[in-house]
Design a protein around this ligand. Structure first.
Ligand code: ZN
Length: 298
């Protein structure tokens, strides 16, 4: 039994999710959301008849704050935290991660994300590619899927895949878009990861932003649309980067383009807010700029 938990991030519905999978060894959480929404995580879990204190295992797709920021709270409760080997050091010592987030978010840090405290190393479990983590009769397979983040895992359970951010953002009946925050956007790696998802042939995707895509045909269409969106935005930004355009010019244009695209594909005004909360335009501009600059420097 899989539960989608709405974390009500910034009082916006359906922008960030966590998931609870029931097993014989307690509920397993996939993602925790940020620390700032921990109370909603607890409440949403309770509403499903589950208790956060019974969570013995947390599976993270990656360590961005909107996915993993509350993992340390679950660790205090005794849970093991399963993560990509390249992400583990930031859980053991989150200072660097929080410092760089602090440079970006400044005074809003606390209200947006809350805190991130270190997790004892014996509770951090590194998971290799294609490893299967068996918990209470349920097998969770780790698909290493870089592109959005170098340390990204998509978790497969039977014919479902929890795609974190590598499977894109899709809210309600809006279009699929590719979230591209810094620092490690890698378009080539992302293409390969989409192929990994296709090969696994899932009947359902669970997106952290936000919810379920069900049916093999819908999943196929979703992944096609994701890839198209990814290339569209990265190709769009490339000449701006080559010409050394300023963020002041690129960000508003990118946002305008994004909003046009969302509206043309059925997004309402309220949904634009949900999309921005889940996937801020200025972050994608920063991430894609960094990608092209790195590539040019190679
Ligand atoms: Zn992310």
């Amino acid at each position: 039994m899989i539960h989608i938990l709405d974390l009500n991030f910034q009082n916006i519905r359906e922008s960030i999710a966590a998931f609870a999978v029931e097993t014989d060894n307690g509920p397993v959480l996939i993602e925790t959301g940020p620390h700032s929404t921990y109370r909603f995580l607890r409440r949403a879990t309770k509403l499903r008849g589950l208790e956060i204190k019974d969570v013995r295992n947390v599976l993270l797709t990656h360590i961005h704050l909107d996915h993993a920021g509350a993992a340390w709270k679950l660790a205090i409760g005794g849970a093991d935290i399963h993560v990509h080997p390249k992400g583990s050091k930031h859980l053991a010592n989150p200072d660097k991660l929080m410092e760089s987030a602090g440079r970006i978010y400044g005074d809003s840090m606390d209200t947006l994300w809350g805190k991130m405290k270190s997790i004892p190393e014996n509770q951090i479990k590194e998971v290799a590619d294609n490893d299967i983590v068996s918990i209470g009769g349920v097998d969770f397979k780790a698909l290493h899927t870089p592109g959005h983040a170098s340390h990204h895992i998509a978790w497969q359970v039977n014919d479902s895949i929890f795609t974190g951010d590598v499977g894109g953002v899709k809210i309600n009946n809006g279009p699929v878009v590719a979230p591209c925050p810094p620092p490690d956007i890698d378009i080539e790696a992302w293409d390969k990861s989409i192929e990994v998802l296709r090969k696994a042939d899932p009947a359902r995707l669970f997106l952290t932003h936000f919810g379920e895509v069900s049916g093999r045909e819908n999943v196929k269409a979703h992944l096609d649309q994701l890839q198209e969106s990814l290339h569209e935005i990265s190709d769009w930004i490339k000449p701006y980067v080559e010409e050394g355009e300023s963020d002041e010019k690129i960000i508003p244009e990118f946002q305008k383009k994004m909003h046009r695209h969302l509206k043309q594909n059925g997004a309402t005004i309220g949904m634009l807010e949900q999309y921005e909360a889940a996937n801020p335009s200025w972050m994608s501009v920063a991430g894609l700029k960094r990608y092209w600059k790195k590539k040019a420097a190679k």
